[in-house]
Every structure is written in C-alpha cells, then in structure tokens.
Ligand binder design. Structure first.
Ligand code: CA
Ligand code: CA
Ligand code: CA
Length: 375
C-alpha cells in the first residue's frame, strides 16, 4: 500500500462523515507505513476527526472491523498500524462511545508506543489534559505536656492556632489556616515546589523543642523562637503530614517571694513604690528605710513598723496576701492608734493587742504563711 498522505487528507477530516472516516481507516489498516517526523498536532487532528466521526454509539472495534482502537495518538515516527494496534491492545478495549460529547484520548509516550499509554475521558475538543496533581502539607499542632518535644499518647491537639504557608523565599505568605478542634490543619491543592510553614503561638503557650527524637512524624518542626519550619520541597501529588508544632503551656508567673525587714531595708531598689503609708502617715522610701534601721530602744512601735512596711511591700511586689489582709488592716489601725516612736513598751496592754498582729506579719514576711519566702 502506498503511504497515506496526511497533508492531503487533513483538510477534509474536520467534515468527514462516519463512512468516510471508516474508509480512510480501513484503507490504512494493516499497513506498516512509517510516518517519519509527523507533526503531532496534525496526527492528533487527523485521528480526532476520525474518532469524532465514528462515536455514534457503536463499539469501535465493531465499527472498524474488529481491528482498530480508539483515540488520539501523539507521537512521532509511528506507523499507522502501530498506532492502531497499540490503541487496540492498550486502549479502552470494551468501551462503547455513548454520547456525543464523549471522547477518549490515548497518549502514547515517546519512549515506546503502548508502554506508557494512558487514557482518560474528556469533553471535546481534545486534547485531554490530565488533572494537575496537587500536593498537600500538614497537619498537627499539639500540647507537649511533658515537654519532651515528642507527640506522646494523651497529648491533645490545640485548636485555633494560626498557621501560615510561606513561599520558597521563606517570607511570602501564600495561605493561612487555623487548626481545627483536633489541632489539625492542612494546606492542599499546592503546586509542586518549596514551602515553609510558620506557626503562631497562642497566648499562654511557647514552642517546645524542635526536631526531638528520630521520628519526623512525631516531632515538632517549629523553631522554638520564630515558629518557622525548615523548607519542604513537594513533588506533584505529594502529601506530607509531618509538619507539626508542639506547644507548652507557659507556667503562671511565680510570686517573687516575701522579704523580711532586713531585706527591704537593705534593698531600696527592690521597693516597688516610692513611698509607703503606715498608720495613716505616708513616708518616702528612704525615710521609711532609715526608720526601719533606727534602734527600737524598747519601743515596740518600731518593731511593728518594720513588720508592717515589709508585709505591705511583699504584697505590692506580687505575693499573695489573702492570709494577712485583715492583719495588715488591723496592724495599720494599731499604728494609727500608737504612732511610731510613741514609746510603747513590750509589757504594755497596747502590745498585748499588737504583738499577735506583729507575729502574724513576721510569719508572713518569713514565708511561713500564704506566700513563699524569697530565695
Ligand atoms: Ca511529649
Ligand atoms: Ca515533623
Ligand atoms: Ca503530623
């Protein structure tokens, strides 16, 4: 048989009738005519026209005498017979065309017809393009309760954490997600490429140690300071769910601890206030300190003054005072009644009232009541 003339036929294929297409195909069937360097688009057009012409509800092998496949073939240096044979072997062999808009496109790889053939259904006009394979990145933010940097059983996810997807430059924000009720997040529909992830700490949390242990699926990938991960390069269709972040609950601010009169009179810079009011009288810090240092000379008003100043300062720097609030108020009232340097002796009736107050304040200032002593 003589080689078919593609150029000559092409102009007519777009308007071929079914019978015309069948005729052309059967004319060339069984030949081993080489079509060297044939233009892929031209060949595709040619065969598309044929297929479109014969779709009409018929089994393609029946319609084409049991010898022909279906499809559009893209390749070079294929013989017509190779194309048709491979389509028959590798194509959708039992497929019937069932509707006017149904077209099957068979791609043959350049490396060898048939070996890399794949078929997919498309709406005309061809070409059929395989859906882009999209990659995903995820997927977990959890509370690292024991602080070991590893996702242990019983450590829960944390909801509501903001997670940013950064581009390959490590700074451009491409997407933002929020972890769900189970601490999960997912960036999907990603093109192949390089990405970074950045987690944001919710208030009350800090990041745990990154890259602990040897299992990347169970560790935290967020830099403990910046919350940013290293780079992840995804191939088409790849799903990477190992990009996680562990958070630790920030411990509540610890009370600074209580100081004794000795501490407060020797650490003026530790005073949280510039002046203090005792028994209704306000003393600048330095004056209060010198009065605390003054010899008591048997006057217990100085003793009470020292204890009460210290107890108030201990509360002002953040220590719990609930156990001495009433005592402080009572001691203030006592100091108002028996002012500093008013000469109250340790054996007086006044001190019978004042001494229990003083002892409670002294216990508090030494860390024996509701706040620890400072280190
Ligand atoms: Ca852990
Ligand atoms: Ca990981
Ligand atoms: Ca994970």
């Amino acid at each position: 048989m003589r080689p078919m003339s593609l150029i000559a036929h092409t102009q007519n294929f777009s308007t071929l009738t079914k019978n015309q297409a069948l005729t052309i195909l059967s004319q060339n069937n069984g030949t081993s005519t080489v079509i060297p360097g044939v233009d892929a688009r031209l060949l595709k057009f040619l065969l598309t026209a044929q297929i479109n012409a014969i779709w009409n509800g018929q089994d393609r092998s029946a319609a084409l005498g049991g010898q022909l496949g279906t499809g559009v073939y893209v390749g070079t240096n294929l013989t017509v017979n190779q194309i048709l044979h491979q389509a028959f072997v590798n194509g959708v062999t039992n497929k019937k065309f069932t509707s006017a808009d149904e077209t099957y496109v068979l791609y043959l790889g350049a490396s060898g017809e048939g070996q890399s053939a794949s078929a997919c259904k498309v709406q005309p006009p061809p070409p059929c393009v395989a859906p882009p394979q999209t990659a995903s990145l995820g997927d977990f933010v959890w509370e690292d309760k024991n602080g070991n940097g590893i996702q242990d059983s019983g450590e829960p996810g944390i909801a509501g954490v903001t997670v940013k997807l950064l581009g390959s430059d490590g700074t451009t924000v491409l997407k933002t997600a929020t972890t769900d009720a189970n601490g999960k997040y997912l960036f999907s529909n990603l093109a192949a490429g390089t990405y970074y992830v950045q987690f944001t700490t919710p208030s009350g949390y800090t990041f745990t140690t990154a890259n602990a242990g040897s299992d990347d699926g169970k560790d935290s990938d967020a830099n403990a300071t910046t919350g940013k991960t290293g780079a992840y390069t995804l191939t088409a269709g790849q799903t990477n769910l190992t990009v996680d972040a562990g958070l630790k609950a920030t411990p509540p601010p610890s009370a600074p601890g209580t100081g004794t009169p000795g501490y407060w009179m020797n650490h003026p810079n530790a005073w949280p206030v510039a002046q203090i009011t005792i028994g209704g009288k306000t003393y600048p810090r330095d004056q209060a300190i010198s009065l605390m240092k003054a010899p008591t000379a048997g006057d217990v008003t100085y003793t009470m003054f020292q204890a009460l100043v210290s107890a108030k300062l201990n509360g002002l720097v953040g220590n719990n005072t609930t156990c001495v609030d009433k005592t402080i108020a009572d001691a203030d009232a006592w100091m108002a009644k028996y002012p500093l340097a008013s000469g109250v002796s340790g054996s007086s009736d006044a001190w019978k009232v004042g001494e229990p107050l003083y002892k409670t304040l002294d216990d508090y200032n030494n860390g024996r009541l509701c706040a620890p002593h400072r280190n």
